[in-house]
Each structure stands twice: as structure tokens, then as C-alpha cells.
Design a protein around this ligand. Structure first.
Ligand SMILES: [Zn+2]
Length: 569
């Protein structure tokens, strides 16, 4: 049958271009799927009811897929909590000023987010401890691994002068040895346990606004890496089972237009145990969306997030060689009092997740933590020979051997070039130049055959995917341009694949998303200009149209994503 005899398409994009092929391209869409991608022959599918979008030479890309984006936390930090990030305050006095002027929320608490010690330096606890005796104040940092509480919040949480510190946690101390208000990783729960839950209507309205922002940037898919019972401790206390239910309700009501693969969070950023994971899986939470009849291509629970270690900047990354101001190795943050105990615990956690038919997404920033995570995955997979595409989140591998092990065992790798761009200078100081050069070995990973994807880790960095792509290509940081001879650079097209087809692999979804081809779902990002030869020019182009499952979810004039990804909402 020739194209001319076929039924008219619902939507046709004309005068598009593609990064890898010269000439113009037209794309026809019907029934939520791509019908055909081709030349002038596609125009035969334009009928009287067809909507025609003129791309005017703009690049037509598969919808962008951010494989590690904390959707709910980002929505709340942008549209729910008070902002004390770098754009709001440039000093601790500035942060204190914002908090002093804030009206407490409906529950009496003041929740804020976004401080960054790289920007503000030390002194946060001193600035905030005695602030606002009238209201408990909790202020999460930009990474989600630390929080500051004022004295009123510590009193509300029942924290005395000499509290017991949980395994995998750190608390700051004043000169007198009392808690200063700084709580790191597993210790954050000491405060967040006292936080009232965020009202569901607040979650939903923030999620809807944030979804619009993502579509305005060209994003149609994401992995939400951590919602569930452990989410109270994470990024403002919003990443709870309530949030999972809000997403489910949005899907059932037809309000969810961004595809979400969610990882369950059974414990916070530290202290996860096999017992907790076992109990969590026994609760059946992983079946929530299936039981509700939700289309798994739209919203699904894909796996379980496991924090194997912390971060280099808080000294909790587990490295094989010492690093940082304390010149320590860091350690794993899973339950257990010795490294051997913790390793055994991690193995058991991954075994349980694997046996449940789920993916383990393992947060590992240090090379030793990464090795331990890879060992645990290989052990779990060898029990039944199934390869479930478990993956390493963040990752700072030391050797090509570990990359080859990832490739050989079909273990994924999701890393964050924009974090390197933002925090690279600090990382270089902490890790030393040699390890820093090998940090995020993008090119080595691709050469080894690893299914590498790159992701924002928003709200740690902005959701603007163009920055992630540019950072992967240039390896520049805030204070230094990337070296043109940096062997770990990847090409712009490789970076684009790492935000389209490779995340689809992570989701076991390459059969229906991640590429612009007949039969694939019509998730499409149309830029307002051709894919640039010089990657620095990518930032000058916006998503003109975004199409999700065949429906236009963003078009010119709806909202501007702005130069910093800031929506004009
Ligand atoms: Zn994350």
C-alpha cells in the first residue's frame, strides 16, 4: 500500500531536520505513535483534519528522557518550598534573612531548600540555630544529603544535648559538643521524623506546574529515583508513599503526560538494611500501579533505590584511597558496623530486589562503593541467570576493568555531567587531579560497551537537559573550560543518545521509546533551530514543540523555559 492510500495522519511535522542526516525531514503521527519519518512523500498523509506543525528547519528529536530526576522533590523545591538557593541568597546572612521574613506553612513549620556549601561556605549552623524561636525551621541543602534545623525544630523532634547518632549519619556539633543543627544522611531522619506530611493537594499542584516546565524544555520521560516510606528523610520530606499515590491519581485522571519510571525508597540516604527492604517488598507497594490498572508505559514502579554510600563533599563517599579534608576513605552507609557487615548487607538487599523481579538503582559515588555494588549485582544475577539491568547511579569508577564488568553483565550506569560542571572544582580539591580526571569516565564507558545515560539529578542541578549534554561534551566546570584533549569527552550525538535511547534501555522500554521511528511512541521534541555544529550554541535553542504520546504538550508561546530553564509561569 502506498502512503497516498493510507488514512490521513493526525499530526504532521514538516520542514524538520535531524542531527545526523542532511536535508529536511517530515514526521507523521497517528494514534499516539510515529507513523512514518521521511521526505516529501509524508505530505501525502496530510488530510483536512491533520494538524501541521512547521518546524522551519528546527531539529526534530526523540522526546528527552532524564533518567535520574527527582520529580516530586524538584516540583516541591521549585513550586512548594521556600528557595534559599544560590539565586536567592549569596551568604548565610541572606539565607537567615529569607527565613526570618517567612510565614510558616499551614502546619506551623518553615520548610526551605537549596543551600549550597560550595557557594556559601561554612557557618550555616551558627547562622540558623537560634533563628525563629516561634517556628520550627528545616532547610535542606541542594544535594538532599544534609539539612539544617533551628533549635525549635530540634526541640520539636525531641533532640537533646547528646543524642544517639544512627549508623550512616553524621550530626554537626557546636564548640560545646552539643548538636549544632546540621544533620547529614541517615541523621536527617532525626529531624524529618517530626515533620508533618506535605498535604497531597500541595504535592499535586506542584507536580502539575513542574510537568509543564519539563514539557517546555522538551522532556517527555524521566526516572523518579526514590519515592516511598523512606522518602520522609529525603529532600524536604515530600518523597513519600503519598507522592506515589498522587502520581497514580494523576495518571488515572489523565493529568499525567510525562512518562515516569519510579524507584521505591524504603530507607533514607543512609542506614538501609535487608530487613527494611524485605519488609517493604512484603508490603506489596511495588504492585500499586498495576493493581490500579495504570498503563505501565506511562507510569510504573521499576525498582528500588539503594544508597550504598554518600557523597564526596560530605566525606561519605566510599573510596579505595583516602580523600578530602579529613583524609579518610568514607564508608558505605548501609546498615552494619564493619565494612564486611555492610558488604554482606548490600549483597542481601540487592538479592532481595532482584528476586522480586525489580531493578536495583544503586547510589554509589566512591570507587569502592561502586565495586561493592557491582559485586552485589553480579552475585544476585548469577543466582538465576537473569539480567535485570540493575544500575549504578552517579559512579566514579577507578578502572576500565570495572567498566568492562558493567558491560559484560548488562549493568547500567547513570551519571550526572552537570553536577561535575557545578561541583567539579570542589571535587578536584577533594579527590586530587588524577582521580578527578577519571571522574565520570563517559567516553571509556561507551567504548567498553556500557549502557551509559546522563541525567540531571534535579533538584541537585537544573532540569535543563541542554546543560547536561553540553557538560558531557565539554567537561567544563564553573571555573575552568574543559580541555579539548580530555579523553573522557563524548560527542554531542552520543550525549543526545544518553538522554534518549539509552535511558529507554534502562527502563526496558527501547521497543517503544527513545527513537524517532515508525511504530515508536510519538514522544518528540522539536527545537526552534537546527542541531548546532558547535555545542555551545545548543543553549540558544528552546523546545518549540513538545509532543507526548502524540499530543502536543508544549507549543510556542505557552510558556518560555527562559535562559536558565526558569519558567515564566
Ligand atoms: Zn538523585
Amino acid at each position: 500500500m502506498s502512503l497516498g492510500q493510507r488514512k490521513a495522519a493526525e499530526l504532521v511535522i514538516i520542514n524538520g531536520t535531524q542531527p545526523e542526516t542532511p536535508g529536511s525531514v517530515n514526521v507523521a503521527v497517528s494514534g499516539g505513535a510515529v507513523l512514518t519519518v521521511g521526505g516529501p512523500d509524508v505530505l501525502a498523509l496530510v488530510g483536512p483534519g491533520t494538524r501541521v506543525l512547521d518546524a522551519e528547519g528546527g531539529a526534530v528529536l526523540p522526546g528527552i528522557n532524564d533518567a535520574h530526576l527527582h520529580f516530586i522533590a524538584s516540583a516541591m523545591t521549585r513550586f512548594g518550598y521556600l528557595d534559599v538557593g544560590a539565586s536567592a541568597a549569596s551568604s548565610w546572612q541572606g539565607v537567615a534573612g529569607i527565613l526570618a521574613a517567612a510565614a510558616p506553612g499551614r502546619d506551623g513549620w518553615i520548610r526551605a531548600h537549596g543551600w549550597d556549601e560550595v557557594v556559601l561556605g561554612p557557618g550555616g549552623a551558627e547562622a540558623l540555630l537560634e533563628l525563629r524561636q516561634d517556628a520550627p525551621v528545616v532547610v535542606f541543602d541542594q544535594t538532599g544529603h544534609q539539612l539544617l534545623a533551628n533549635r525549635t525544630a530540634m526541640q520539636a523532634a525531641g533532640i537533646g544535648r547528646a543524642p544517639a547518632v544512627p549508623v550512616g549519619g553524621v550530626i554537626g556539633r557546636t564548640a560545646d559538643g552539643e548538636p549544632s543543627g546540621l544533620f547529614v544522611d541517615a541523621a536527617m531522619e532525626m529531624i524529618t521524623a517530626a515533620l508533618p506530611p506535605v498535604p497531597r493537594e500541595d504535592l499535586r499542584s506542584a507536580a502539575l506546574k513542574f510537568q509543564r516546565l519539563l514539557h517546555a524544555q522538551g522532556i517527555t520521560s524521566l526516572t523518579e529515583p526514590g519515592l516511598g516510606p523512606g522518602g520522609k528523610a529525603l529532600l524536604g520530606g515530600a518523597c513519600t508513599t503519598d507522592a506515589l499515590e498522587v502520581l497514580g491519581a494523576m495518571a488515572l485522571d489523565g493529568d499525567l503526560t510525562v512518562r515516569i519510571n519510579a524507584l521505591l525508597l524504603f530507607a533514607g540516604t543512609g542506614g538501609i538494611s535487608a530487613e527494611t527492604v524485605g519488609n517493604g517488598l512484603a508490603s506489596g507497594l511495588q504492585h500499586l500501579y498495576r493493581q490500579q490498572g495504570i498503563d505501565p508505559q506511562l507510569l510504573r514502579i521499576a525498582g528500588v533505590k539503594v544508597f550504598a554510600d554518600g557523597t564526596p563533599r560530605s566525606g561519605t563517599a566510599w573510596m579505595s584511597e583516602p580523600y578530602g579534608e579529613q583524609c579518610s576513605h568514607g564508608s558505605m552507609v548501609v546498615a552494619g558496623s564493619t565494612e564486611a557487615d555492610r558488604t554482606a548487607e548490600l549483597n542481601e538487599i540487592v538479592r532481595l530486589v532482584h528476586a522480586a523481579g525489580l531493578q536495583a538503582g544503586i547510589h554509589a559515588t566512591g570507587d569502592a562503593a561502586t565495586e561493592a555494588a557491582v559485586d552485589a549485582i553480579i552475585a544476585a544475577q548469577s543466582a538465576d541467570g537473569r539480567q535485570s539491568r540493575h544500575y549504578i547511579i552517579h559512579g566514579a569508577f577507578s578502572s576500565n576493568e570495572s567498566l568492562h564488568r558493567l558491560a559484560a553483565h548488562q549493568i547500567g550506569y547513570s551519571t550526572n555531567p552537570a553536577i561535575r560542571a557545578a561541583a567539579g572544582d570542589l571535587m578536584k580539591r577533594l579527590l586530587g587531579p588524577e582521580r578527578y580526571d577519571r571522574h565520570q569516565p563517559l567516553s571509556s564507558a561507551l567504548k567498553a560497551g556500557v549502557k551509559l545515560n546522563i541525567a540531571s539529578d534535579s533538584p541537585v542541578t537544573d532540569t535543563d537537559w541542554r546543560r547536561t549534554v553540553a557538560a558531557a561534551v565539554t567537561r567544563a566546570t564553573v571555573h575552568s573550560p574543559g580541555r579539548p584533549d580530555d579523553p573522557e569527552r563524548i560527542t554531542p550525538l552520543q550525549a543526545l543518545q544518553a538522554m534518549t535511547s539509552l535511558p529507554a534501555w534502562q527502563d526496558h522500554a527501547e521497543s517503544f521509546k527513545g527513537q524517532l521511528a515508525p511504530g515508536m511512541t510519538a514522544d518528540i521534541c522539536v527545537l526552534d533551530g537546527a542541531w548546532p555544529a558547535d555545542i555551545d550554541e545548543l543553549a540558544e535553542h528552546q523546545a518549540a514543540w513538545t509532543i507526548a504520546a502524540g499530543s502536543v504538550v508544549h507549543e510556542p508561546g505557552w510558556i518560555s523555559a527562559g535562559p536558565n530553564g526558569t519558567p515564566a509561569l
